[in-house]
Write a protein that binds this ligand. Sequence first.
Ligand code: GLC
Ligand code: CA
Length: 554
Amino acid sequence: MSEKQWWNEAVIYQIYPRSFKDSNNDGIGDLKGIIQKLDYIESLGVNTLWINPIVSSNQVDNGYDVIDYKHIDSLFGTEEDVDTFFSEMKRRGLKVIYDLPLNHTSIAHPWFKEALKGPDNPYRNYYIWADASDDGTYPNNWTAAFGGSAWSKEMNGDQYFLHTFKKEMPDLNWDHEPLRKEMIGILNYLMDKGVDGFRLDAFIYIDVDKEFPDKEADQETQDVIEYGGNLKQYLNELNQALTDHENEIFLIGEATSADAEKIREYTNNSILDGVITLQHFTDDETLKIEELPQMNQHVPLDFEKFKRIQKEIQESLKDKCGPILFWNNHDHPRAPQKYGDMDNYRDETAKMMATLLYLQKGIPIIYYGEEVGMNNAWFDDPSNISDNSAFNFYQEAKAFGWSHDKIMENLNLTVRDASRGIMQWTDEKGSGFTENAAPWIISNQEAVYNVKDQEESESSILNYYRKLIKLKKTDLFTKGDWKLLNTQDKIYAYERTFEDITGRVYCNFSAEEAEVTIDMPFNTDSLVLSTHEADLTNGKIVLPAYSAFVFVSE
Ligand code: GLC
Ligand code: CA
């Protein structure tokens, strides 16, 4: 790890462009809106932006179904806006991470339109085709991540194309060299524009077994990919293109099922610099009932397991710049409302959870709105939720005897739409997100839990985040060693050490007050950040419900 790599000190802010700021009053956030808010973003102290895809798309999966990798979708702005965006970002010294859905395109991509013309078309091999199985149905039993078979039959021919996600998103054939070259050309184009890093969307799926073997009944799509031959080679080629570029490019891969060992493998030899996994969301699966679909049942965190996984990931990446640290993103309901207590301890929950995660070793990703304690968009009707599974779940749960409210709570705390609500800028109608258009997604406006109100209060979540980010950027919390301290169940405490500086972080992830012994000479003078005033006596500290305390001694 070279000392100079900029991402070692990155604090990332993730924006879901549709929901951040609407500049032209059509109810959809856009790039001009983001540009208007760059002062705000800068004021948080973050130094990097990751924006979900804004390139031309069929919008079946909000940007992940790409039609043109190089140019902005008119929904989000113009090429001129893109240039302004990059020059404004550079002027402020902020880095940009682009989201790159490299596993698939849209069915409306010109390559796919060509490919559909038949087996002799030069673009046919850009995608993955197979004949029907002997019984005349799907080539094999592979299922798509959003339900149904992973295969669809072409309209004007007899073959099937593979789609790991939706049927409108055919998988690209990475085995085919011209496709890989094309992708490298796209990366170069974007790097020349000013992109400083890429998030490789769902990258593990680009390596496909061309024998198309059936999967065992209990085999999940997600865990069949061995990191071997092809995937490694494809990533190596990509990586070579990045190394050849004059700028230092950060590469994060999304591999939701990766455990500590897999992350190590992926980040070895710096092929990837970081991995986004979901393994630290340790939902207590044992609490789910068998009678209903598992995916939409909301259960709390298994906290012991959470600690164990955090420890594994922290320790396995200690000689690197650490794991990617995040509670929220566009694919999961906002975590404070899911795992904490946003009804009774909203400020405390939001502050404590951020402290717990982000002061560990690694790169934080803050998802827009969490810095003001934003809750999930709350649906009252399952047919407004875009996940196909939601409506199904509603009907099954209703037949099983669950009340409407109970079902909706389970849905709102499990579906990804919930995380994509509009940014809460003010408490006015439209939340300062849009003027008077109807936002594209269900929305509400809240007093206090918005930027305007929180700017005015020194003790707000927003101002706490600013202090937290500032602290995060110190050597101790960026480079320091990490050690988990042994504590009772719902207490999460760790130590950071850098040269002769020691930091201690104590968090209470419950509504029960607790007390822990601090076996070091820390006192109120060394308290650098906390959710409450410290009650420290005889080497013990009282930890109120959902509290966090950070000590640093030199
Ligand atoms: C990733 C994205 C998700 C998208 C999927 C398909 O998991 O985060 O939002 O739907 O890939 O591109
Ligand atoms: Ca707009």
